[in-house]
Ligand binder design. Sequence first.
Ligand SMILES: *[C@@H]1O[C@H](CO)[C@@H](O)[C@H](O)[C@H]1NC(C)=O
Ligand SMILES: *[C@@H]1O[C@H](CO)[C@@H](O)[C@H](O)[C@H]1NC(C)=O
Ligand SMILES: *[C@@H]1O[C@H](CO)[C@@H](O)[C@H](O)[C@H]1NC(C)=O
Length: 976
Amino acid sequence: MKISLMLQLSFITMLVVLLLINSPVYGHCLGDQKALLLKLKNGLTFDSSLSTKLVRWDQNTDCCQWPGVSCDQKGHVLVLELDNEAIFSGLENPTSLFDLQYLEKLNLAYNHLNSVQIPREVYKLTNLTYLNLSFAGFGGKIPMELSRLTKLTFLDLSNVALKLESGDLKALVGNLPNLRELYLDEVYISWKGIEWCSTLSSSLPQLRVLSMTNCGISSPFDPILLNLHFLSVIRLDDNNLSTIVPEFLANFTKLTTLGLSNCNLRGEFPNKIFQVPTLQELDLYGNEILTGTLPDFSQNGSLRELGLGRTNFTGSLPDSIANLTTLTEIDLSSCNFFGPISSKMENLRDLVYLDFSFNSFTGSIPLFHKAKKLNYINLSHNNLTGPLSSTHFGGLSELEYLHLEENYIGGTLPTVVFSIPSLQVLELQNNHFSGEVHEFANASSSFLYKLDLSNNYLNGSIPRSIFKLNRLSQLLLSSNSFRGTINIEAIKGLPRLKILDLSYNNLRIDVQGSNSTSFPFPQMSELNLASCQLQKFPDLKNQSLIFALDLSYNRIKGNIPIVPTSLIYLSIANNKLTGPIPSSICNLYQLQFLDMSNNSINNKLPPCLFQMFDYLSVLNLGRNRLSGIILDTFLSNCSLKTLDLSNNNLEGKVPRSLQRCAFLEVLDIGNNKIRDTFPCMLKTLPSLHILVLRSNKFYGDLQCRIANQTWSKLQIIDIASNNFRGALLPHYFSNLEGMMKSRNPGPRLHYLEVEFINYGLYYRNRVTLTLKGQEMEIENILEVFTSIDFSCNNFEGEIPEVLGDLKLLYLLNLSHNALTGRIPKALGKLSQLGSLDLSVNQLSGRIPDELASLTFLAFLNLSFNQLSGRIPRGNQLQTFSAESFEGNTGLCDFPLKKLCSDTKMNGSSQPRSSSDDETVDGKYISFALGSSLCFGIVTWLLLHSTRYNELVVRLLFRIFGEHKKAGRNRNRRRSR
Ligand SMILES: *[C@@H]1O[C@H](CO)[C@@H](O)[C@H](O)[C@H]1NC(C)=O
Ligand SMILES: *[C@@H]1O[C@H](CO)[C@@H](O)[C@H](O)[C@H]1NC(C)=O
Ligand SMILES: *[C@@H]1O[C@H](CO)[C@@H](O)[C@H](O)[C@H]1NC(C)=O
């Protein structure tokens, strides 16, 4: 928008200048004028390969014909334009320039001078009306001699001075009463208060254009500006005005342009300004806390460009938008607009640029086929529905960018979109497109360089036409249902391919290659062939540019080969790889992500692996057959965020140097043979969200003598199935703030994930939890999901009341210990609790009535304790089956078959016979003591577990509202 404005302005300026010079521009060059010009040229240093004018000044031709030079009839030089000539020096004191006495227009803009001062002698050019020194490399102080150029109508000093004091402004413009256009962009102006307004309005009565973007102005507008009756262009973008927009700006009767982007404006934008009939351009982009709504646009408006992106504008789009028949650019991106996009939009035939992305627009996509000049359409990240018809964008011959991603657009994909002749970027990912994609015409003449159809419901085979789009650089077809076998050689027709993502379809990709020995894409930077039924590694020997490689979920057998050292992201998880981790992996000097989980990799961890954590933030080697110890050699620059070594045969202790990994968020070393006491040094890790030590040989109590215990973010702790013992002391739980604070989750739920920001990739952490007695891998860990699993240890004593403070707790499993005492009433305060397992302990007394108020409870197991009395009545507890309560001989009433002997007891504790207790103990106490026996019970519980993952997600949605596209997140690529 800004650039086009500049062009427009310089065009207007040129017209003005041409009118002022009311004579033909070609005369015959006078000798002295030519001599002066040649002298000037000879004094200049410039890059002749970039110069387009000076290089063509030929001594043997008429100097009035030289590019950048115009003369009057008598042959005096009137106009000298040396802008964009790559001039480095020679303008410090160019006497010959100031001898060009007749000069009326001088333009030296956009050169590469090295902060030289504007020569004072410039005042000698007394007839100058136009002076443009912007972005030429002038610096220092602005010479006040400029103010002697009293005929100036145009002055552009943008990016010239380092600083302009307020007195200087008065001195500079006080004598320039004819000035119509003043540009001081990027001139730092240390003005206080409203001085700038009064100085300008008292000195420049003719002013039409005022442009002072990024000047450091920080004061509000003063109505005194209204004295500038002719003012039509106001550009104050990128100043921290921190003010409301005054309504009086609508009183400028000639206002055509109002640029106030990134001004930290606040309050409500006055609707009256939209109504100014002369207004052509309004730019409020980036004022994130400026609120407002769109008005009813009248028919006599002149609006051409409307920029409201990244503001807090809200409301719906009025049908009257169709009255803006002159509109060419509209940006409503990242606001709070909602409701349908008026179908009347189709009447806006002059549209060139339209960005409605990141709002909550609903309904179907309006037709734009009449706007023949449309170049850019972005409707992404809304809630648009309905099909895309072939009339939507057919015949838009200038369309280069079409962004419809992240909506709910469905139906089949009209092939006409592929044939839009100028189209370069087509993004349709994360929609509901379905059916087959048909072959389309003219593929080889297409300009498409990015095609993204990921995360739809497309099926059939991938049309071969796609492999003829020979300018394609990014092809992303992930997470559809495309079928068929593709030999990688078939994609050879795409020589410029840099990003190829065919993951998660029903494709079988053959990388065998017929005769060629290596991969046919020399420029490949990202290759994702996850879940493509690969049988072997593609040969990537010669890929020196590749930085992301995902070959997970395939059927690759054998040893891990040598991979390109340029890799930053490498996943070969879920294959059938065997053998050791080769130490060549340590040659990947910029590796940030390594996932080799779920293979049959064996042997010891290569020692060099632990020396390469400079960049490595995710290391997942879980579910393999690794043995040996975890070396205690983590370095102080460790940048690990996720370390998963679970489900191996690792022995020894938890390395103490792990506490150097200060960013660690996830540590999973569950299901190994680690024999150690509780690793207290982990308590100094402030970012830890998940700690899994389950099924090892840990022993001792949980007491730690560490000064700065934080764990304020811990959300999942699983130390089940070890030999921990001792009482559950209240302070173990009292600083788990991550499970206490009621956070406002905002409109979107946050998953625990690691982002690789520069690459648009992210890794979503997974963890295996025992939920409802069954081990489950949870792939999408919401930051609000919280769990404590201490089951199958030897903990004794009472359940501490303080657990009731963990208000966010979702899962609590203390089963299979030797806990005694009553179930604390405080557990009734755990209002988010979805799963509670206290089975196989020695808990006694009544089940507290408070438990009946746990309305989200979906799983409850209190079996095999010594509980007694009536099962509290309430909505919740009676929905569980008898198994939840069995093995407590003193319990009675529904759902148990046993009726309470005294119905009048109703609420008070029931004495039990001690012989009953002993029966229970005798039978089940062994489970509570020996954790290895736990699994017997797990099998029993398995029978009762179903779809837990789904349940967790569903319940959380009920609490926090629906999250868009839940469960469809295998795609690792995220749009900005
Ligand atoms: C300046 O312009 C005036 C009016 O156009 C003209 O008469 C005069 O000769 C010019 N002076 C010089 C020094 O060019
Ligand atoms: C702007 O114009 C309105 C009338 O259209 C008038 O009431 C108001 O006082 C004017 N504001 C200023 C600051 O002159
Ligand atoms: C944005 O506007 C809404 C009302 O539409 C308001 O509730 C919210 O506080 C505003 N946000 C900011 C950051 O000003």
